[in-house]
Design a protein around this ligand. Structure first.
Ligand SMILES: O=C(O)[C@@H](CO)OP(=O)(O)O
Length: 410
């Protein structure tokens, strides 16, 4: 079918009668795998799921939620809710951020793009700051991509580089931050040998510093801002390896929740605050946990927290994180262009939809579901309900889902 033949008109469903309500319920994080003692879903008592499966085995279908089936580079790439909701919402497979960045780095196209050219203008007199998740998880970012970008930036003229790390332990083992920091520091030493002034400048755990999502807690982004931009944090160290090792000595510490720290020189001065004339790149390819920090860097008018100082920088995202808001306006790799999602089809056919979730997953059933697009297709036909999540308390401490009361029909 040529593109001009395209129509949003849906044919009648062969089985589901018109006028019925249909619920799509996403069990985010649920899956079937090898039945052994390491499989927590297999080991747990799951009477509702068991009865659903036994009650209608002919209707029980497994779908793949990882690897190329959801647009990720290889079978070894675990699924995650961005790629899962994108694929389910669109009903089609799109090459995802991880794959697009891999390609842009391998082909060198990343350095020819408008985004890189834009930040490159700061290389002569300013510092290049890279902010993002230091991890091999492949869900929000990948260490090998950061390594390639560091090398490529240096080859393309960056003379002074500062990396602001966010430790993971959520998409990879808790404690793995130490190994990742070692690897990164070794790479930075190699760059120093080539005459590049390259260092880790600040850090903190992803869930406590910078990587909040869906505006659940701006305090998280502020902690990152203070360390990365202002060079201020409750903990100061001479190296990131020392920082991560020392902070992890607290028996309650975990990579995800490490407090913010800055690296200081022999005079206790932060080695890498973000200053006028610098370039900043947020290196995560996944959008949800980068949108808030992107707003803090991008928006002149901003009131979510007191930035104290708003440096005049050239800022780019690894990808554009929100296609609707065009946020950020500069980016190194074009995001997947996910169009004709199910939500768009439904409104074009006059069908009402209702999406509901707690704050921390709200964008999953709206933004990701609609192809990384914020807002409504048609506000008259769509209703989105966000049930506020707790902030400042983690789900392992308070796991119970919240309820809300909705009058039906809407
Ligand atoms: O919390 C998140 O950001 C990811 C894991 O990194 O989980 P999910 O894909 O389920 O949102």
């Amino acid at each position: 079918m040529g593109s001009t033949d395209f129509s949003f008109k849906l044919a009648d469903h062969p089985k589901i009668p018109k006028g019925k309500q249909l619920a799509v319920i996403i069990l985010d994080g649920w899956g079937e795998e090898k039945p052994d003692q390491y499989n927590c879903i297999y080991v747990a008592e799951t009477p509702t799921m068991d009865s659903l499966k036994k009650g209608a085995p002919e209707k029980w279908t497994l779908i793949k939620a990882h690897g190329p089936a959801v647009g990720l580079p290889t079978e070894d790439d675990m699924g995650n809710s961005e790629v899962g909701h994108n694929a389910l919402g669109a009903g089609r497979i799109f090459a995802q951020g991880a794959k697009l960045v891999d390609y842009a780095l391998a082909s060198g196209k990343i350095y020819e793009g408008a985004g890189f050219k834009y930040i490159k203008e700061s290389f002569e007199n300013g510092t290049l700051h890279l902010i993002g998740l230091l991890s091999d998880g492949g869900v929000h970012s990948r260490l090998d991509q950061l390594q390639l970008l560091l090398k490529g930036a240096a080859q393309n003229g960056a003379k002074r580089i500062r990396v602001h790390i966010l430790t993971d332990g959520r998409d990879c083992l808790d404690g793995s931050s130490i190994g990742y920091v070692e690897t990164l520091e070794n790479d930075l030493v190699e760059l120093q040998k080539q005459g590049v002034d390259a260092q880790i400048a600040s850090g903190g755990g992803r869930m406590y510093v910078t990587m909040d999502r869906y505006e659940n807690d701006w305090g998280v982004v502020k902690r990152g801002w203070d360390a990365q931009v202002l060079g201020k944090a409750p903990h100061k160290f001479r190296s990131a390896l020392e920082a991560v090792k020392k902070l992890r000595e607290d028996p309650k510490a975990s990579d995800q929740y490490l407090p913010p720290f800055v690296i200081v020189d022999e005079n206790e001065k932060a080695v890498g605050p973000i200053l006028d004339g610098d370039a900043v790149v947020t290196i995560n390819f996944r959008a949800d946990r980068m949108t808030m920090v992107a707003k803090a860097f991008e928006y002149e008018n901003f009131s979510a927290f007191d930035r104290v100082r708003y440096p005049k920088i050239r800022y780019a995202g690894m990808l554009q994180y929100d296609g609707e808001l065009k946020l950020p306006s500069h980016y190194l790799v074009s995001p997947p262009d996910i169009d004709r999602t199910s939500g768009e089809y439904l409104v074009h056919n006059g069908i009402r939809t209702f999406a509901c979730s707690e704050t921390v997953k709200f964008g999953h059933v709206t933004f990701f579901w609609n192809g990384n697009r914020s807002g409504y297709f048609n506000e008259e036909l769509e209703t989105y309900v966000e049930i506020p999540s707790d902030s400042g308390i983690t789900f392992n401490v308070k796991p119970k889902n919240k309820r809300c009361h909705i009058e039906w029909p809407l």
